[in-house]
Design a binder for this molecule. Structure first.
Ligand code: NBP
Length: 471
């Protein structure tokens, strides 16, 4: 019988760094990767004193593990994960614990969970965030599955996670695919925060003609205030980076097209299925899609007129308004993500505790931010909070900064600088805080052409009007 505490399959960037992280916490680790050369390169790059043992076929890998076996998959999500599970299942025994740490779609996790549990295995769907550095030094770990399965790996997982202001950023968040669903929403929020930061950069760069160093100074100042977060911090560092080829700031030499795939897209697809208004997350996905149309955009720039992209505000005034804008856009986006979790939790019976989700996101992950501390408190006070901005201190922040948010978005539109995430955040909150929307006309239009009926505001019941006969 084997003696290794855990086995990691998949030795690309995440698997390698997680294996090293786990070993650094005093555990012994078996590793295996489909392509042998990658395993050999990894083992040869490590000192021999490390408690890491490699296997070059899956049977030998399983034989290295102590019982109950604990296997962590860190491979490309989708077909690769299915192929590995198919190969592993005949080699595992009831009571063993199979964990998928990749970015699996929640419906795949539900299917795999059911198949594994039927065989008496414990299956945990684990969302891991933090990229390469997080994997090595301490990621945020969002787990879904059974309590009995989690309890057996909790000391190991909790030891390798980042430590936030309220403890280890690892928790069992709910049953089945709850962990992967939360990770998906984490990534949706990440998309929208990144897009809003890109818009702030564009407004400063083109709208105020600021240099990269000047913009870095601004992001640095914001990172010392309420906007303190990983994404604001790395934006400052990126803007300070010079091109080693001597052309100036490196960021200006990078092609302006972004891909979108996987979790960001899935968040928006799920929002549409649930009927939850995660508009700014979707706006960020569409912004990436539009950015990828580089040739079309270049041609359109010659054909479609617009104003000179210069903001009609003094620089100091504009930077104050931009801070307000980014702060409220961030809050709106987190609010949409938490609302989607609220709706998904009901729909999919996850029983999520959103203060616990906020706690897990406080360190290690890409969307970690100072604002998550009061967000966690707001959900602890009011677990069924419908929308984040309704709670304090966020309501007061909205009321204090909303006028500047409006001025900045209006100014951006006037200058022809696209701000899809910021603008959709403002539109969302303005829609949400409007008691009477023009959907009355919409209902009339539907009844006009499709006899879809409508309700009146002055009595109960369903109405239909023969609109062609009305004068
Ligand atoms: P990748 O997502 O690039 O996947 C590469 C790994 O998958 C390699 O080990 C590769 O083996 C293996 N693999 C593939 Br591809 N097809 C396979 C198959 N049919 N059978 C067995 N193994 C197969 O690696 P990653 O970036 O380290 O990410 C690992 C997981 O973690 C992914 O699900 C990813 O979405 C998730 N994740 C990544 C990050 C990040 O920052 N990169 C962050 C959070 C989560 P090979 O060497 O033989 O090709």
């Amino acid at each position: 019988m084997g003696s290794m505490d855990i086995g990691v399959i998949g030795l690309a960037v995440m698997g390698q760094n997680l294996a090293l992280n786990i070993e650094s916490r005093g555990y012994t680790v078996a590793v295996y990767n489909r392509t042998e050369a990658r395993t050999r390169a990894f083992i040869e790059s490590q000192s021999k004193s490390k408690a890491i043992e490699a296997a070059y076929d899956i049977e030998s890998f399983v034989a290295l593990l102590s019982r109950p076996r604990k296997v962590l998959l860190m491979v490309k999500s989708g077909a690769a994960t299915d192929a590995l599970i198919e190969a592993l299942l005949p080699l595992l025994e009831p009571g063993d614990i199979l964990m998928d740490g990749g970015n699996a779609h929640y419906s795949d996790t539900d299917r795999r969970y059911a198949a594994a549990e039927r065989l008496g295995l414990h299956y945990l769907g684990i969302g891991i965030s933090g990229g390469e550095t997080g994997a090595l030094l301490g990621p945020a770990i969002m787990v879904g599955g059974s309590l009995s399965g989690y309890e057996q790996v909790a000391p190991l997982l909790e030891s390798l996670a980042a430590v936030g202001p309220h403890g280890s950023c690892c928790a069992l968040l709910g049953p089945r695919s709850a962990g992967h669903y939360v990770k998906m929403i984490h990534n949706g929020i990440e998309y929208a925060l990144m897009q809003a930061l890109c818009e702030a950069y564009d407004l400063m760069h083109r709208g105020l003609e600021m240099s990269a160093d000047e913009m870095a100074d601004v992001f640095g100042r914001w990172n010392d205030a309420e906007l303190e977060s990983y994404l604001v911090a790395i934006t400052e560092k990126i803007l300070r980076q010079q091109d080693p080829e001597g052309t100036g700031p490196l960021v200006e030499m990078i092609l302006d097209t972004a891909a979108q795939k996987g979790t960001g897209k899935w968040s928006s697809q799920s929002a549409l299925d649930l009927g939850t208004p995660s508009a700014s997350i979707a706006a960020a996905v569409f912004a990436r899609i539009t950015s990828s149309l580089k040739a079309e955009r270049s041609a359109a720039e010659m054909l479609l007129a617009g104003p000179h992209p210069r903001l009609s505000m003094r620089r100091d005034e504009a930077l104050d308004a931009l801070f307000s804008t980014l702060l409220l856009a961030f809050l709106t986006v987190y609010g949409q993500g938490f609302r989607q979790l609220q709706d998904a939790s009901q729909d999919r019976a996850y029983a999520l505790d959103l203060s616990e989700v906020a706690r897990v996101w406080m360190a290690g992950c890409i969307i970690r931010a100072r604002l998550l501390v009061p967000m966690g408190k707001a959900f602890a006070r009011q677990p069924d909070l419908a929308y984040l901005l309704l709670a304090e201190p966020f309501q007061s922040l909205w009321n204090k900064h909303q006028a500047s948010f409006r001025s900045m978005v209006a100014c951006a539109h006037e200058a022809g600088i696209p701000v899809p995430a910021m603008s959709s955040a403002l539109n969302f909150v303005d829609t949400y805080r409007t008691a009477r929307l023009p959907a009355n006309l919409l209902q009339a239009q539907r009844d006009y052409f499709g006899a879809h009926t409508y309700q009146r505001i002055d009595r109960d019941g369903i109405e239909h009007t023969n609109w062609e006969q009305v004068r």
